[in-house]
Ligand binder design. Structure first.
Ligand SMILES: C[S@@+](CC[C@H](N)C(=O)[O-])C[C@H]1O[C@@H](n2cnc3c(N)ncnc32)[C@H](O)[C@@H]1O
Length: 307
């Protein structure tokens, strides 16, 4: 069988995955971790399963090769509970993966994040998991409701990365109850499949849910509050991404609200939201911290546009 570069059109024909998962200079396992793709399953889910059974979880997943029915991908680990080994001992595929990792373009980064999240969210049947939050309604409220505290005035609210639209929907009630502000929700997502799901779930707002990459999307209007998560952009683009949203997405006096969880002890990337902002060289106009029993705190921070 001949090797060919990975293309999304090949997805329906893929029957197995092999993943070279990196933690810094090390890799998980002595050989790429592998799994069969189950009938009806997206290969991305098989890749997640393979990495989990080897003692890690995925932060990103970048397919680059198809050989026979097997897709070969490299990945960054989100968490690892086991020590990683050296790249040198991990075989020729790992060496090839290391080369691919060096030359990932920004466009490929965005496309690969989209594929990873979309495959997981679209396979979930509870609305919170379709927005990337496991643990059901209670965990959703614990992890998200405090963001309403940053909604400083009534008006329009854009959720950047709206997934199935659950935050758009929840925020209307939370902002009114907790801050007495009335918001009109809008959504943007890079995934056409997730935006379609959001429109089906929220037909009254279907024409306010757009498909686009926040990095280069031209908003058709401006908003009072824009909510985003800082991990949907690569590190080296975070500063221009924040500047662009403040300058182009917000109304005068509008607010860009960011939120992120503090790291777990097993997380590979241990940076908090304040760390990410200070690395990007921006000073928040304000912040909120929500402690959670048995879990790391979740934080919000905001940047205000000039009035
Ligand atoms: C964790 S979900 C967030 C759901 C919801 N906004 C929340 O905070 O609970 C992240 C979403 O961001 C979307 N996304 C990722 N990169 C994006 C980008 N560059 N532009 C727009 N949306 C993006 C993903 O498709 C995914 O649906």
């Amino acid at each position: 069988v001949s090797d060919e570069p990975y293309r999304e059109e090949l997805d329906p024909r893929l029957t197995a995955v092999a993943v070279v998962a990196f933690d810094g200079d090390g890799v998980l396992g002595r050989a790429p971790v592998a799994a069969k793709v189950l009938p009806g399953e997206h290969w991305v889910l098989a890749a997640s399963r393979a990495v989990r059974s080897a003692g890690g979880s995925l932060a990103s997943l970048h397919p680059f090769l198809v050989r026979g029915g097997e897709v070969v991908a490299w990945a960054e680990l989100r968490t690892t509970g086991v020590p990683v080994g050296s790249l040198d001992g991990a075989g020729p595929l790992a060496a090839l993966a290391a080369v691919e990792r060096e030359r990932l373009s920004d466009q490929a980064w965005f496309r690969d994040v989209r594929r990873l999240l979309e495959a997981h969210y679209l396979a979930a049947d509870d609305p919170y998991a379709q927005s990337g939050k496991s643990g059901g309604a209670a965990s959703w409220e614990q992890g998200r409701r405090f963001i309403a505290g940053a909604c400083h005035r009534s008006g329009t609210f854009l959720d950047v990365g709206c997934a199935n639209g659950q935050l758009m929907e929840s925020m209307v009630g939370w902002a009114l109850a907790d801050r007495g502000v009335r918001i009109e929700p809008y959504g943007l997502d890079i995934s056409p499949g997730l935006a379609a799901l959001a429109r089906r779930r929220l037909p009254a707002w279907a024409d306010r849910i757009w498909v686009g990459n926040a990095w280069d999307w031209e908003p058709p209007r401006r908003f009072d509050v824009v909510h985003a998560m800082p991990d949907v952009v690569p590190d080296h683009l975070r500063r221009p991404w924040l500047d662009r949203m403040v300058a182009r997405f917000l109304l005068p006096g509008g607010r860009l609200v960011l939120h992120a969880n503090d790291p777990y002890p097993e997380d590979v990337d241990r940076r908090t939201l304040p760390d990410l902002l200070s690395e990007a060289g921006v000073r928040a106009s304000g912040e909120l911290v929500r402690e959670r029993p048995g879990k790391p705190a979740v934080r919000a921070a905001w940047l205000d546009a000039p009035a």
